[in-house]
Write a protein that binds this ligand. Sequence first.
Ligand code: NDP
Length: 513
Amino acid sequence: MRIYHDEDADLSLLADRQIAVIGYGNQGRAQALNLRDSGLHVLIGNRDDDYARRAREDQFQVLPIETAASEADLLMLLIPDEVAPGIFAREIAPHLDTGNALIFATGYSIAFGFITPPPSVDVILVAPRMIGAGVRDLYEAGRGFPSFIGVAQDHSGKALEIALALAKGIGSTRTGVVEVTFAQEAELDLFTEQCFGPAFGHVLTTAVNLLLEEGYPPEAVLLELYMSGEFAYTLGKIAELGLVGQSVLHSRTSQYGSMSRGVRFTIPELRLKMVEGLQEIRSGQFAQEWASEEAAGAPTLEALRQAAQSLPLVQLEQELRRSLRDMPTAAQVQQLDRAFEPEERQLPTQGSQSANRRGLLGRGLDWIGRSLGKPETEANAQPAAATPSQPQMEETLRHFLSQAEHDPALQAFAQDRELTTHYVLRDSQLEFTMRFHDGEVVAHMGPPASPAEVRLETDTAVLDGMFTGRINAMRAFMSGKLSFSGEAGLAITIQQVQDDLCRLYTHARSTVR
Ligand code: NDP
């Protein structure tokens, strides 16, 4: 694969052309400033608000998006992907002239068919592999950053040269740019967000959970695993020297231990999960699901955000961060700190520091308690009840399922729906199935006749906690106490009837006791 550099790009190609940067956010501001500093003609298209004010303060001409679209030859769409199709249709498409170029910083809208430009324009990708702050900081420091470039439509016959010139203008060809298709860029980006990142996150939370359960001090656990910044520094070295090359920076004990034990973590299921995720991305299933979620006001995203914020790990991190002095931010570790001012640190006095430490330890112990299924000690926690024995659970589930079949709220949920959920309780070896189909609920003990759209696997105590409202299902899922396979979007929709499932289960439970 060819990697293009400064000498492959010609800025003079853009000398007489007007560039409009639509959006003045993370990428918009950084790219607009870099392009102008590279000697190109740049104006900004934005609504008249804080972003527009910032652009004016930076001495740019700021126009309404429609006017910017009429005046410019090259339009760079640097606005969030979820609003781009609407803005394109209403404010840009009617003002495009033959020979204009549309430039995207991600392949998403084109690859998944949310934007279809007319054939009379070039459609170009210039996608930095760098956050906006880094794009600007590195440019000012005389350094570069990699980007993906691509061409989806080449009306002018010069689309690739224009992509290269823009990449040079923002400073990217100093390092090197790689040509990909719009689909490849979008799919790789989503794969990193949906497979690589979350898989890595679960490795981290599994390790934190385990070490806390084993009684290691919470401060030491978080510092050891990632909060010292050592791990972020090592990632930087992996980028610089390679995964194997950086190993020389570690002791021989470390090298022997990690290589000899590393093979244990070659888990085939990890690959299968990644394949599943990649298929959802490539088929456009994720993009459609996200478009519907957005259109509905993103209620699931909000629920997931709240559940994530309520994870005990978030509080542990905050308390530890407050107790540490002069801790390097990730940005400082990578020497990109200008855009990221560290949080104002409240340096504790000695007395408050020890209070802080007790608080942290207390929360760590709460977390261990929760992990082990002990009652939560926080003020708002629901009182715990004894986990049902296997026979009690089986009887409770039988009652619960027979009531579920006739419940009007569940029947309403089943309208225009085809969804089978298969619950597996690992410890008690009980399984049950609920099928929501065309206004009917069919529920029974045992597995479904054919594979369910959603399979949820957990332990008796966790299911009992979830169905009695003591355990937040999203949080159980995020902390690995509840795992699922199948369609993520469908699994999350079950949350809509969580209150009804709780009502029916709690009633069934009270009749068995
Ligand atoms: P931002 O969220 O920072 O964009 C904010 C800009 O979009 C503001 O100018 C804002 O103006 C405008 N905007 C937001 N909503 C609307 C709306 N409804 N109507 C009109 N304008 C709107 O985006 P990013 O810079 O993060 O992302 C821009 C593009 O770059 C995306 O395609 C993204 O995928 C891509 N990208 C982003 C990277 C990053 O690091 N963030 C990295 C690589 C690519 P206002 O609200 O004032 O109208």
